[in-house]
Design a protein around this ligand. Sequence first.
Ligand code: AMP
Length: 542
Amino acid sequence: MHGLMMGSPLLISSLLTHAERHHGATEIVSRRTEGDIHRYTYRDLARRSRQVANSLLAAGVKPGDRIATLAWNGYRHLELYYGVSGIGAVLHTLNPRLFPEQIAWIANHAEDRFLFFDTTFAPVVEALQPHAKTLERWIALADIARLPSPTAIAGLESYEAFIGGASDVLEWPLFDEGTASSLCYTSGTTGDPKGVLYSHRSTVLHSYAAALPDALNLSARDAVLPVVPMFHVNAWGLPYAAPMVGAKLVLPGPGLDGKSLYELFESERVTVSAGVPTVWLGLLNYVTAGDLKFSTMRRTVIGGSACPPAMLRTFEENYGVQVLHAWGMTEMSPLGTVGVLKNKHAGLSREEQYAVQYKQGRAIYGVDMKIVDDMGRELPQDGVAFGNLLVRGPWVIRSYFKGAGGDPLEDGWFPTGDVATIDADGFMQITDRSKDVIKSGGEWIGSIDLENIAMAHPGVAMAAVIAVRHPKWDERPLLVVVRKPGVELTREEMLRHYEGKIAKWWTPDDVAFVDTIPLGATGKMLKAKLREQFKDYRLPTA
Ligand code: AMP
């Protein structure tokens, strides 16, 4: 017997319709590439998104066509989020931090038809244009007066001119909620990048989950500033979740340095933000140096790589900002877990609570999760046993775009490539990426713990721990450190810093001081590059 409720499909356009009707006057504030601050409302966003949709339809865009963007977080990018997906076309967010040849490869693989880009990326577009095989139109997110000039981009058009003449009247079409809505490539360290193709259904369900109190806790009382870029996993779903709950959106454009962010946090009374640890390093340095405080910021989501415990403490103790340590992946839309305490933790000491918060958190409903050994046998949730982390759920990938890499699933579960423990309360802790784990004498050493301890040293700006060949133990950990400017720091002092904090045999065998650690296009440390750099390194213990 079927239920007798309406079968309204879960479509992205319904988020916008809701925001227009019920939060029409709520603001969206953007720092533009033009340098000024732009303000308008959800009502304006809805109107201009319909203009985008009508312009695309008039230009011959059909359902399923891929429309690419190379853009910062800003209102025009947001209009494309809704205008493109709303008509059943696929919004393909390209990552401008990749090399132009890589971007061209991805655009060709996706068979993108149009490219919308911020004028700051004109040089990237010039470099990729000769390699692009399927792109037909090149549209800069600017009015005609501000088009990049001189430029080598052939056929350059203005976004404002493109949508300017279009009607803002449109009934958003209804279609199957399983229809593809957006596409984001993930660049694995080996092999070609692979596309993750989200659906309307997965996106809307993910937004519901992201907004929950024990997830990102979003509401119409919030002003949300996603530092996490809209070109990487849809800015963790915030451009969809904010209109769902009627939160004010503050979009920082290209200004991701500590000063620019801090000014926007204060002037727009931002209450919640989200980003990777490297971004927060810059912000914390800025506020610490200027002895500043946050007057409205209450929470920040930190994920993408492990939040160093020292950062979590600084935010909470010095600035009264709650850290929501979150874990996820491009393949998971991306939210998987968030580290919010339970009622039973209320009576614990602050130190004991921190120990729980350092973990990556609990699964939000919709994400099913387990750890298994190398034979695929499920391991106990005792907070000690660690194994390969598997996930499944309605916003977890089933197959990569065009079947790249074959069937990724194991018995219906997606292997994340992360190694983790899960405790009796459901808190998951990543100990490593499976490819980064250090295998010493047949035993695993997790590099994240070792990095967190190093990061807690006041003289350390950044730290990575990698495996280096060892004749007896096969692999041993090497600590690679970037010192804070002007700080003297010796190998002996760094190694002493580990005493009493970990099992002795986990202590790195040596310390290498470097000027920089290579970061990837999404702000993560490129450990494969570091391993390559240190592949002939001779440990003193070897
Ligand atoms: P991406 O698909 O580029 O977002 O990368 C996903 C990967 O980032 C995960 O599989 C983890 O290895 C890593 N990651 C994400 N969040 C965290 C976190 N909070 N702690 C540790 N690693 C994380």
